[in-house]
Design a protein around this ligand. Structure first.
Ligand code: BES
Ligand code: ZN
Length: 625
């Protein structure tokens, strides 16, 4: 967006209730920037509270019910919501049936749902059903779960999928509180990004309340044979039975993470921080749904070695959920800050040496992404232009890793104490509101750079492709040692397993992903014979090793079957995409397509879409599940 059109809208905060409850009445100016991914026109009318009354029908794989909204209007005679693949039955305005229309369907955005109101309308009520094309939902058969006895359902809202299961104003700029009554089969438990039950109810009816205002992409629901185990008073895990003990042990540092995060950047305001371990087809590592992070079971390595992911989702409780990117063009405002914060939490818990290994992995991810994007340099800018694109396609790891490097470079330039004080104030001042890249730059200039008379090439970092010269240099003695051992192996064929006995999975990942292109099949075999990497139980090591097996045409220890097993059981997009890319890069498309035909039915729609595009796969009948 070159010249964002700022629209000012004056309302009484007390009337709208769309921000945090304030102690006294005050006038707040809400400004909405142009929104490329929502049909909502909040300056005319917006929603600020949702009451959801739905039932979850596993037999027909639909959610049906009513969504009732409190609305605030500015003399408007219509309100526009986003809707995609929904069956809208009827709409009422203040208890009376009213007219509505669904506009033309855009493949990415769905349809505008325009509802006739009067300037005095306070509530609208929509009766609707989801359809088989609803992209947010994944309905799982018992075989696809950990316990293999009961079905499971979860939603994924980010970036613009909430509109596929609830008609809503699906813009990160519009925040709402919500309540929900959710009816599920009696033997299952429902949980949401809200105050959650700790036990199953007798009749399968669950009531939820989210009293803090959140954007629509953070509304989430999961239904399954779940139970809860507390770690501390405000942290705990939801999981299926067979995962419970493992999850509890893996995440036992969660309270320490929350405390460390609070010491850095201010109070945790969401009261509860729980994690739900989802079935392996969950398309992300983690998703920061407020009060209840959704997580992949692949994070459970047995030794807490991948729990920086939990620190990451926790960090979003500040960067993302409290201070939210205004549009998906500002995605780095969510993810760059979160990676920075994640590293700081990890440093507080496990020390600088550990955090710097993570930072160096991010640094290498950044180099890899810059190589991937060498023909589309605009995609390497922090501020994106995703208009007309599916945000899901345009969001790459630049937001994460370049965003991180930018903030780390800033930290090293101004000094940690100053930077921490600045960030703490940033979160405090902008809590429960949204942030554009431009607004952040102004805030940074005023409150950190000009104040301390520091000159910094912020514009280059944000609006230019690639990485500026003045970048923080991250080093790790541990990784240097790994480089040395790899070098010795390649040059002198020397390898002593003893020296690797204390290696963390991060060192293994660094070792494996830096194999030179000239690595021979014999060398791969030698390593696998000594280290048995093909049979690693750490999902991250599996991913990088399988990628190298494909790069180097290694077929020992039945690794091909292992790769197939991995791809058909895990749906985490990053893992699956990395491996399918390796098939493609190494001209093994036939093998890839053979596996994909089997694994595709196990994937959530976001993974399906990515891999369909990558492999040029066209399903015979378009049933995205
Ligand atoms: N919010 C993201 C996941 C996401 C991003 C969903 C964009 C949809 C659109 C989440 O916080 C995240 O970044 N997850 C990462 C893990 C993290 C440790 C980098 C993931 O899933 O890999
Ligand atoms: Zn994130």
């Amino acid at each position: 967006m070159k010249t964002p059109k700022i629209l000012f809208y004056l309302i009484l905060c007390i009337m709208s209730g769309c921000a945090q409850p304030k102690e006294k009445e005050e006038v707040v100016v809400y400004s909405y920037v142009e929104e490329p991914h929502s049909y909502a026109r909040p300056n005319n009318a917006f929603i600020n509270h949702l009451n959801l009354d739905i039932s979850v029908d596993f037999d027909n794989e639909i959610i049906k019910g009513k969504a009732t909204y409190d609305i605030v209007t500015n003399n408007s005679t219509q309100i526009i919501l986003d809707s995609k693949h929904l069956d809208i039955e009827s709409v009422m305005a203040d208890g009376k049936e009213t007219e509505f229309s669904l506009g033309a369907n855009d493949k990415i955005l769905g349809q505008p749902l325009t509802i006739t109101i009067t300037k005095d309308t306070k509530k609208i009520e929509i009766t609707y059903k989801t359809t088989k094309d609803t992209e947010a939902l994944q309905w799982l058969k018992p075989e696809q779960t950990a316990d293999k006895t009961k079905p499971f359902l979860f939603t994924q809202g980010q970036a613009i999928l909430t509109r596929t299961w609830i008609p809503i104003q699906d813009s990160p700029q519009i925040r709402l509180t919500y309540e929900a009554n959710v009816q599920v089969p009696k033997d299952l438990m429902a949980v949401m990004s809200a105050e959650n039950p700790k036990e199953k109810t007798e009749n399968g009816l669950y009531h939820f309340r989210m009293k803090q205002a959140i954007p629509a992409y953070l509304i989430a629901l999961a239904v399954g044979d779940l139970s809860y185990k507390a770690i501390s008073e405000r942290t705990g895990v939801y999981a299926e039975k067979s995962m419970h003990n493992k999850a509890f042990d893996e995440f036992s540092d969660m309270e320490k993470m929350v405390s460390a995060a609070e010491s850095l950047y201010g109070d945790y305001v969401w009261e509860q921080f729980d994690v739900i371990v989802l079935p392996p087809s969950f398309p992300f590592g983690g998703m920061e749904n407020p009060r209840l992070t959704f997580a992949t079971p692949t994070v459970i390595a047995g030794d807490k070695s991948l729990t920086s992911l939990i620190a990451h989702e926790l960090a979003h409780s500040w960067s993302g959920n409290l201070v939210t990117n205004s549009t998906w063009n500002d995605f780095w405002i969510n993810e760059g800050f979160t990676v920075y914060f994640e590293m700081r939490i990890m440093e507080a818990l496990y020390g600088k040496e550990y955090a710097d290994m993570l930072a160096l992995i991010s640094r290498q991810d950044l180099d890899d992404e810059l190589t991937n994007l060498k023909d589309t340099p605009n995609a390497t800018k922090l501020k994106l232009n995703l208009k007309g694109k599916n945000p899901d396609d345009g969001m790459n790891s630049i937001a994460y890793d370049k965003g991180y490097l930018f903030l780390r470079t800033l930290e090293e330039t101004v000094g940690r104490d100053q930077f921490d004080a600045f960030l703490k104030q940033y979160f405090k001042e902008h809590a429960f509101s949204t942030m554009t890249t431009e607004k952040f730059v102004t805030y940074l200039n005023t409150n950190l750079l000009e104040k301390n008379k520091i000159s910094f090439n912020t514009d280059e970092w944000i609006n230019q492709p690639g990485i500026p010269q003045n970048q923080a240099v991250i080093t790790s003695e541990k990784f240097k040692n790994v480089d040395h051992i790899l070098q010795e192996f390649i040059v002198e064929s020397k390898f002593d397993k003893e020296v690797t006995k204390d290696w963390t999975p991060q060192e293994w990942v660094h070792f494996i992903r830096n194999f030179p292109a000239t690595m021979t099949v014999e060398q791969m075999k030698t390593l696998d014979d000594i280290l048995n990497l093909t049979n690693s139980s750490n999902s991250y090591i599996q991913m990088v090793w399988y990628e190298q097996a494909l790069n180097h045409d290694y077929h020992g220890k039945n690794v091909d079957a292992k790769i197939e097993e991995f791809l058909t059981s895990v749906g985490r997009r990053w893992y699956v995409e990395t491996i399918f890319k390796a098939f493609k890069r190494n001209n093994k498309m036939e093998d890839a397509l053979k596996i994909y035909e089997k694994s595709r039915p196990n994937y959530h729609s976001v993974t399906v879409k990515t891999i369909d595009d990558l492999l040029g796969f066209e399903p015979e009948e378009e049933v995205i599940k």
